[in-house]
Design a protein around this ligand. Sequence first.
Ligand SMILES: [Cu+2]
Length: 156
Amino acid sequence: MTFKTTIAATFAALSFATAGFAADVTVTDSYARVSSKAAKSGAAFMMIENATGSDDRLIDARSDAAKMVQLHTHKEGENGVMQMLHVEEGFAIPAGDTHMLQRGGDHVMLMGLTKSLEHGDAIDLTLVFEKAGEVTVTVPVDLERKPDHGAMKHSH
Ligand SMILES: [Cu+2]
């Protein structure tokens, strides 16, 4: 192997390691939770980073863990009560941006759980992006996670 091919091979290995599952849309720090053991629905949260160089949009999500999976957000209603809304157009994730799905904000809603989610379980979740296509992630069920989980890097 020449010096040149060694460099190329190293670079390929590095970019593979950081590329995640699809064209440079990476999903990290994911977790799912239910509010109680008897809950019929749950939610998944994560950090989605778009390093593709073009604007993208999370338009759908699928999982065997629930009968219906929707993209939701929270919004304060007229009476000051937080309500969940189905966001049919999905979440825009501009080029170079990081979009947080987090408690009290945008999230993936798992409606009609096909089995109860126990702490330590994991579910497969497929995220569908307008351009990057499908990204399947294994999401750990974490019932101990606190809503405010420390300082994340924000791009604004
Ligand atoms: Cu919801």
